[in-house]
Design a protein around this ligand. Structure first.
Ligand SMILES: [Zn+2]
Ligand SMILES: [Zn+2]
Ligand SMILES: [Zn+2]
Length: 143
């Protein structure tokens, strides 16, 4: 996803395109596949725009891009919520030791969890929360 595509989506939602909003889009586009906090996006955007950007601008931009389905947020269980582009659905493993977020196949997770939920008539959003634990490298380091 390019910065221009993100900017166009904001424009289509009636947002005024400011230098700050454009910089937030560029900061998202330059890290494809990354899991970014609002603070990461803010510092990336500030570096690109060479000026300070209000954190509320970052949140507002995230909110609009999420509403139109271009990005998504995930709870990693580590006190921060990350956003990532939602072109390719995936689930996450979140390491509570080093903070790594590892992408895993979404279908396998859905296949395991959604039948359990639907037995209760519940429509599960199984990708919304990461599975929290300890990654292979941290387990090895602990031995
Ligand atoms: Zn949420
Ligand atoms: Zn992700
Ligand atoms: Zn780890």
């Amino acid at each position: 996803m390019t910065a221009d595509e993100l900017v166009e989506a904001l424009r289509a939602e009636g947002c005024r395109i400011t230098i700050a909003r454009r910089a937030v889009c560029a900061a998202l586009a330059e890290r494809p596949g990354a899991h970014l906090t609002a603070a990461d996006l803010r510092s990336g955007a500030e570096r690109l725009a060479k000026r300070s950007i209000d954190v509320s601008t970052v949140y507002r931009t995230i909110e609009v891009l999420e509403r139109v389905g271009l990005i998504d947020h995930v709870h990693t269980g580590q006190g921060v919520t990350v956003v990532h582009t939602s072109e390719r659905p995936h689930h996450h493993l979140s390491c509570r030791v080093c903070g790594a977020v590892i992408d895993v196949d979404a279908d396998a997770v859905r296949g395991a969890l959604e039948p359990v939920a639907s037995a209760h008539g519940f429509a599960a959003d199984s990708l919304h929360f990461a599975l929290v634990g300890t990654c292979a490298a941290c387990r090895e380091a602990a031995v």
